[in-house]
Design a protein around this ligand. Structure first.
Ligand code: ADP
Ligand code: MG
Length: 374
């Protein structure tokens, strides 16, 4: 069973680490010869629009992607060669453009923050009238980890926002004063079976995910609503594989922010915390194997290592802490690893997280307090 993955970063690496025990073997296509998935499978170095590069996946039985901005051209070349990609091109088309994505959510009765397209300076003022203050201006395409966004609190922010992002391909959204952020990861098989993981409570700073936890005091009613949203989205896209829907919980309302047509950082804790991880379930779905259980095995908190790894030795001495070093070069803002702390109960996990606080780099030492005081 040979599986090709477009992209050779940490998500591809963790897909292979989960898929090898199932008997799968992996090839990755990535423009970088240092792509970290190369440690765990065959790395094919080349450009996305290069037919010869992509044709090196010809011996693969199944093809999937580890990132959403895969160029349409790459998907076309593979489709022409009779190599379908799972999930399919329609999911990428919807996820790559925030305006298309938000309109799709609305058409599926998935609630979203008020939004308006912006294709010029004058239209921005109209959009602000419709959406209301404060608002966030975003590029429609290619944003990630909070990049390509500018929050508008007052008219004084208009000039700098326009200087940074101004163009004809933008979207304005109301800035939601949410109670908390969470995300749901779900998996769908080719024959339409769907399984949902317990919600991850997520904490972002500077637009980047820093912490995720599950379970984390989220009411069952929110879980149920999130599952309904995910099911509608998966069925509409006739989706195969894992997908994550990011959400804002605001009082009684649950608003969808965006979705990712792939395995997702907020569900990395499922490696240790769920019966079958998001990575294994994605491989199972893509390779037409029966889906695994998405049930919680043990309460988990995920710590993201951004920029560089903290010193490993004391972490490794910590009972019930699982260490994941992606073998990537340190660089500001880059995701270079994570750790998952688990315990038998949520209160025991809160205590364990408090105990390792002195080992955590800034800002995790501070942000983890939001979980330990819940
Ligand atoms: P990215 O593709 O960079 O993840 P997101 O739209 O998810 O883009 O934005 C990153 C983070 O910025 C979100 O997780 C959230 O914390 C914050 N954010 C984005 N849009 C809004 C919004 N409309 N209201 C409040 N916070 C927002
Ligand atoms: Mg996001």
């Amino acid at each position: 069973m040979k599986t090709g993955i477009l992209g050779g970063g940490q998500l591809a690496r963790m897909l292979a680490l989960a898929g090898v025990p199932l008997g799968a073997r992996f090839s990755f296509v990535d423009p970088s010869e240092n792509a970290c998935a190369g440690d765990v499978g065959r790395l094919i170095v080349g450009e996305w629009d290069d037919r010869d590069t992509l044709m090196k996946l010809a011996d693969c039985d199944h093809i999937t992607c580890e990132f959403e901005n895969v160029p349409a051209r790459a998907l076309e070349i593979l489709a022409d060669a009779g190599k379908p990609v799972r999930p399919a091109a329609n999911a990428f088309a919807a996820a790559q453009d925030r305006l298309v994505e938000k309109r799709m959510f609305e058409s599926l009765d998935i609630a979203v923050a008020p939004f308006a397209p912006v294709s010029g300076r004058a239209e921005l003022l109209d959009a602000l009238d419709r959406v209301g203050w404060p608002a966030v201006l975003k590029t429609r395409r290619m944003g990630y980890d909070g990049k390509g966004q500018y929050v508008l609190y007052s008219p004084e922010d208009l000039e700098p926002a326009w200087a940074e992002l101004g163009g004809d391909d933008l979207i304005l959204e109301r800035l939601i004063d949410f109670d908390f952020e969470c995300s749901i990861t779900a998996v769908r098989s080719n024959d339409g079976q769907v399984r949902c993981y317990p919600l991850s409570r997520t904490i972002h700073e500077g637009g980047i995910l820093r912490l995720a936890a599950s379970p984390a005091g989220i009411p069952d009613s929110v879980q149920k609503r999130a599952e309904e949203f995910a099911q509608r989205l998966l069925a509409h896209l006739d989706y195969v594989g894992c997908l994550t829907l990011e959400l804002f919980a605001d009082g009684d309302s649950l608003l969808a922010n965006e979705f990712a047509p792939r395995v997702h950082n907020s569900a990395h804790w499922t490696i240790e915390g769920a019966v079958c991880s998001q990575f294994e379930n994605h491989v199972r779905a893509v390779c037409d194997l029966p889906l695994g259980s998405t049930d919680l095995r043990q309460p988990s908190i995920l710590f993201n290592w951004i920029g560089r790894l903290p010193a490993a030795s004391r972490m490794l001495e910590t009972k019930n802490l699982h260490w994941h070093d992606y073998n990537k070069q340190a660089r500001p803002g880059r995701k270079v690893g994570h750790a998952t702390l688990v315990a038998d109960s949520w209160p025991a996990l809160q205590r364990a997280a408090d105990e390792i606080r002195p080992l955590l780099p800034d800002p995790l030492d501070r942000l983890v307090g939001e979980l330990t005081t819940l």
